[in-house]
Design a protein around this ligand. Structure first.
Ligand SMILES: Nc1ncnc2c1ncn2[C@@H]1O[C@H](COP(=O)(O)OP(=O)(O)OP(=O)(O)O)[C@@H](O)[C@H]1O
Ligand SMILES: [Mg+2]
Length: 364
């Protein structure tokens, strides 16, 4: 129902959309993900003509809306847009907010607009708020009203630009639930979101945007579980993981140091944090564990979260119960302590590697 061909949008100093081509089919529920500034909002705004594309063509139901002769107001009626900020009219009640556009733009009789409005309020769980003013509602409730208002126009496609990102975390769930229900009704939808689990739950197609194009597209399983391209993989797996296994006293510690350095470098971890990640490994594994264990079997995993800029080593090792943090090597322990924010030892009875040391690296 929407076809986009070689869409380009350039501003004076940046070109967020270089070359976008895709087709959106009836009933598609598309989630658009990607780093900030990659043109996700711009794409939505070009589709409903809030922005004029620099070049390229867009068709909606066979009508070329990028044609200068096209009556864009007519086309806009087919598209509903839900923004981060809901823009309800403060001086009108909830039900009036919902009735307004159908009466003014579609010429619906008042009673019909009211009946539809009340039905939609019930579907978003807010019928009892019909006579309230927007200021009397929470953010999550306002956004649900904004969605009902969009639905009142019975658009063929709904474009949602980060509909939950301005909300208090406690209200994200109720709005997502409304959108999830909407997705089930077969409504064609395109949603920009940073919430990966939500995207996975509602969509049949995911667009990962980067470098001015739809860099990778696929089903949620393809994009989140089996991304094909490096940037997609980096983006969806927010954690960077390195796993090292030691099976003898004569392990290649220099090789491992190299692996860690390479991993830190690839993950764009700061030099300070890199140094601490390396030190923490050396002190705990090389100084505390390997000399003390009779038959070293160690699995060391470091996880780095780009978002939190934090790194954690989880070191599991076999043999009898041995709390490395109670080791007699005071020097190693104090160096280790200097690199960390938190350290914890635990023992799990029925694991093969029953000892576990968790070392959270300090990053300040
Ligand atoms: N009206 C404008 N004038 C100039 N530059 C703009 C304008 N609107 C957007 N841009 C720029 O275009 C780029 C893409 O912006 P856009 O808002 O589409 O990104 P986004 O992917 O939605 O990012 P975010 O995830 O942060 O919302 C950005 O570099 C932005 O600064
Ligand atoms: Mg945006």
């Amino acid at each position: 129902m929407i076809k986009i061909e070689h869409l380009k949008k350039e501003y004076s100093n940046v070109t967020p959309l270089k070359d976008i081509s895709t087709e959106i089919h009836d009933g598609d529920v598309i989630c658009v993900i990607g780093p900030s500034g990659t043109g996700k909002s711009t794409l939505l705004r070009c589709i409903n003509q809030l922005e004029k594309p620099t070049s390229g063509k867009i068709w909606v139901d066979g009508v070329e809306i990028t044609d200068p002769g096209c009556d864009i107001n007519k086309v806009r009626l087919k598209m509903g847009m839900v923004f981060q900020h809901f823009n309800l009219f403060g001086h009108k009640t909830v039900i009036e907010n919902i009735m307004m556009a159908p009466m003014d733009l579609l010429g619906k009789p008042k009673q019909e607009a009211y009946d539809t409005g009340m039905r939609l309020l019930r579907t978003v769980g807010l019928a009892e708020k019909a006579m309230n003013y927007p200021d009397e509602l929470s953010g999550g409730q306002k956004q649900r009203i904004a969605i009902a208002r969009t639905l009142a126009m019975d658009p063929e496609v709904i474009l949602l630009d980060e509909p939950t990102s301005a909300l208090d975390p406690t209200m994200v769930g109720e709005v997502q639930a409304v959108i999830r229900e909407l997705a089930k009704t077969g409504k064609t939808m395109m949603t920009v979101t940073h919430e990966m689990n939500f995207a996975r739950a509602i969509s049949n197609r995911v667009f990962y945007m980067d470098e001015g194009v739809i860099y990778e597209e696929g089903t949620p399983e393809q994009i989140f579980d089996h991304p094909q391209r490096e940037k997609t993989r980096r983006f969806v797996n927010r954690l960077k993981v390195l796993e090292l296994t030691i099976e003898s006293r004569d392990y290649d510690f220099l090789g491992m140091a190299g692996e860690i350095a390479q991993y830190c470098n690839k993950s764009q971890i700061t030099p300070v944090l890199t140094n601490r990640i390396q030190l923490a490994f050396e002190e705990s594994v090389s100084r505390l564990l390997v000399p003390s264990l009779k038959d070293p079997r160690i699995q060391a995993v470091v996880e780095y979260s780009e978002e939190a800029e934090s790194a954690v080593w989880t070191i599991r090792y076999g043999g009898p119960r041995f709390d490395a943090l109670k080791s007699a090597d005071d020097l190693a322990l104090s160096v280790l302590k200097g690199t960390t924010e938190e350290m914890a030892y635990s023992w799990t009875e029925n694991d093969e590697l029953q000892n576990q040391l968790v070392v959270k690296i300090r990053n300040a």
